[in-house]
Design a protein around this ligand. Structure first.
Ligand code: ADP
Ligand code: MG
Length: 235
């Protein structure tokens, strides 16, 4: 369970997140939709403890800056950051040692297989394409089996097989009870699996839709997105 309470983030005088509040329950997928610059990556970095902000964020009841919270949160950044001189296999071992994991090898093998990286285990970070780096970044984030998982634009740069594999994995993690946030500016990409959608504009959540309500009213996410982002508001 992830709770975001009245979070405001300013870069100098510029307000990138303006009093944002929402929660994500276990087994729930919240999507953050919004045009470039809406503030999606900023709130994600606040949640992951990478930025200072006003307000508070808790993860399974722990303050997000605490070690207890960091142990159970997985973050897949917008741009993968790998070590040039570690191999794919060494990246996973590095994570396993950092988190003191035992019995991690089987899951590591499974993740590598899912993303067709089995034959890339000995390649260095710098030898991988952007898409492969993204896949390794996902494997590293998921290896400790985090309870809260934050994906920032996860499908950008992945090939069709990678996209399919990630979507299946996201459903598996949902069924295992992980609370997830997925940010994207590509509405189509999350159509199959969102539970709650927060549409962000100019640092604010301009509208929130719950899947069942959207289904009842027959209003697609796309219509709602353009309604909001083209300035008509949520009334
Ligand atoms: P999104 O992920 O929705 O595209 P971001 O959260 O990255 O948006 O950015 C939100 C706004 O904050 C943008 O206007 C961006 O230019 C600004 N911004 C992001 N990072 C910084 C920074 N480090 N310093 C100043 N402004 C920033
Ligand atoms: Mg972003």
């Amino acid at each position: 369970m992830l709770v975001i309470n009245n979070v405001t983030k300013k870069y100098g005088k510029f307000v990138a997140n303006d009093n944002i509040s929402f929660q994500v329950g276990d087994g729930e997928i919240a999507v953050l939709l919004g045009p470039n610059g809406a503030g999606k990556s900023t709130i994600i970095k606040c949640i992951c403890g990478l930025l200072r902000f006003q307000g508070n964020i808790s993860i399974e009841g722990f303050d997000n800056k605490s070690v207890e919270a960091k142990r159970i949160i997985g973050y897949i950044p917008e741009v993968p950051v790998l070590y040039d001189m570690l191999t794919v296999e060494e990246h996973l071992e590095f994570i396993a040692r950092g988190y003191n994991l035992t019995d991690w090898r089987e899951y590591a093998e499974k993740l590598l297989r899912i993303f067709e990286l089995d034959d890339k285990k000995q390649k260095f970070g710098k030898e991988l394409s952007k898409g492969m780096q993204q896949k390794v970044s996902i494997c590293c984030a998921l290896l400790p089996k985090p309870k809260v998982i934050i994906f920032d634009e996860p499908l950008v740069g992945l090939d069709p097989h990678g996209i399919k594999a990630l979507k299946e994995l996201i459903m598996e993690l949902k069924n295992q009870g992980a609370a997830m946030i997925i940010s994207t500016h590509m509405i189509d990409s999350v159509k199959e699996f969102w539970d709650v959608a927060h549409i962000m504009m100019n640092g604010k959540i301009a509208a929130t839709r719950v899947k069942e309500d959207a289904e009842k009213s027959n209003e697609g996410l796309e219509e709602l997105f353009f309604h909001i982002t083209e300035g008509k508001g949520d009334q």
